[in-house]
Ligand binder design. Structure first.
Ligand code: NAD
Ligand code: UDP
Length: 370
């Protein structure tokens, strides 16, 4: 029999894939999202389905619902978005975790936290096993996200110890796939958009920093397996693809796969940008019988065709209409150029539905990102 399942952040990149998967399996799904970085287009096809409900709500506020399972994904994940309003990011992670754990406790629901490899910070141990406690700056521009997620993990384990809440903590490594916002500033979407537009590919630093990229289908499989794992298995568990690439290699692969004429250019490395990242996935293999099945080159071959579910040519045309390039680096740290317009001109509550509305002291103009 299907379960009643709450997915917070369900209109975002990972959340929308999870909603699809849970609906397909015959569950009753409530998608809760404030549409800060999420997009109704990601879940539009589910609206009208008797087993799907969308609630526009902010996880920093309590809510009463009757559910059997909670996937807590609500939180902006791209550095551009989580650094845009860092105080809100910490509130979302910490108050969001408290509210969802309170709900889980009240209705005896099992709850999964979408934690992150960022809890390892700029790791001194490579690759990173779950036992590694991390090297995190408490006062840097990434801290709102990293420390918010670390406190959320602490809350999960304290609710488990004090109130016997059934918890699952999943440390997600960089994931890519359809439904990523093409303008969200993450490296895979940035490079693909730049390659399709024939623009320079912006590698930050010398491109020697590494990341391990997991295709979204693999990730969602790991997430669902973790939620349904034996009751006394809490994690934390790393879910990611151990294939490790430098950012320069990623740029070269994207250029080759898209047949683009783009050139690689080098820009300053943002502060606290981790130099290396690769998961140890032995626990996932043993406890969940999970490992990734899709290699980076394979996933990247599909992506330009699947992004927004539009054929490549249409996509290219749409990208050509894009008028503003969202900067990766944040204006608080880099106080010049486009970043300032982004900071002053965009209100956080208008980061929604693919429409970024420019207000305030800049020209009143609607900028349509696809
Ligand atoms: P996303 O930005 O696409 O999705 C996040 C969703 O949460 C959006 O729909 C957004 O509108 C919603 N949201 C944000 N703040 C909210 C709030 N206060 N109340 C209600 N909804 C809110 O990001 P994603 O890539 O889908 O990430 C989902 C989760 O997975 C996040 O918690 C993120 O930290 C975690 N994660 C993702 C990755 C990755 O590579 N994608 C890596 C590590 C961890
Ligand atoms: N990066 C880059 N060019 C871009 C966007 C990102 O070189 O246009 C780099 C970034 O500095 C980081 C890596 O790519 O080293 C991954 O960045 P992303 O924002 O995707 O995720 P995270 O840093 O959180 O892993």
């Amino acid at each position: 029999m299907g379960k009643r399942i709450l997915v917070t952040g369900g209109a975002g990149f990972l959340g929308s894939h999870l909603c699809d998967r849970l609906i397909k399996e015959g569950n009753d799904v409530i998608c809760l999202d404030n549409l800060y970085t999420g997009n109704k287009n990601n879940i539009r096809h589910l609206i009208g389905n008797d087993y799907f409900e969308f609630i526009r709500h902010d996880v920093t506020e309590p809510i009463h619902l009757e559910v059997d399972q909670i996937y807590n994904l609500a939180c902006p994940a791209s550095p551009v978005h989580y650094q845009y309003n860092p105080i809100k990011t910490t509130k979302t992670s910490v108050l969001g975790a408290m509210n969802m754990l309170g709900l889980a406790k009240r209705v005896h629901a099992r709850i999964l936290q979408a934690s992150t490899s960022e809890v390892y910070g700029d790791p001194e141990i490579h690759p990173q096993p779950e036992s590694y406690r991390g090297c995190v700056n408490t006062i840097g521009i990434r801290s709102c996200y990293d420390e918010g997620k670390r406190v959320a993990e602490t809350l999960f384990f304290d609710y488990h110890r004090m109130h016997k809440v059934e918890i699952k903590v999943m440390r997600i490594f960089n994931t890519y796939g359809p439904n990523m916002h093409p303008a969200d500033g993450r490296v895979v979407s940035n490079f693909i958009v730049q390659a399709l537009k024939g623009e320079d590919i912006t590698v930050y630093g010398d491109g020697s920093q590494t990341r391990s990229f997991c295709y979204v289908d693999d990730l969602i499989e790991g997430m669902v397996r973790l939620m349904n794992s034996r009751a006394d298995f809490t994690g934390p568990v790393n879910i990611g693809n151990p294939g490790e690439f430098t950012i320069k290699q990623l740029a070269e692969i994207v250029i080759e796969l898209t047949g683009s004429n783009s050139k690689i250019i080098y820009q300053p490395l943002p502060s606290d940008d981790p130099l290396q990242r690769k998961p140890v996935i032995e626990i996932a293999k043993k406890e969940l019988d999970w490992e990734p099945t899709i290699a980076l080159e394979e996933g990247l071959k599909w992506l330009p065709k699947k992004v927004l579910r539009k054929p490549l040519l249409t996509l290219r045309k749409l990208y050509e209409k894009r008028t503003v390039h969202l900067p990766y680096a944040l204006p608080s740290a880099h106080c010049h150029g486009e970043g300032v317009a982004f900071r002053k001109g965009f209100r956080s509550d208008s980061l929604r539905c693919g429409l970024y509305r420019r207000r305030g002291n800049t020209k009143s103009q609607t900028i349509r990102h696809i």
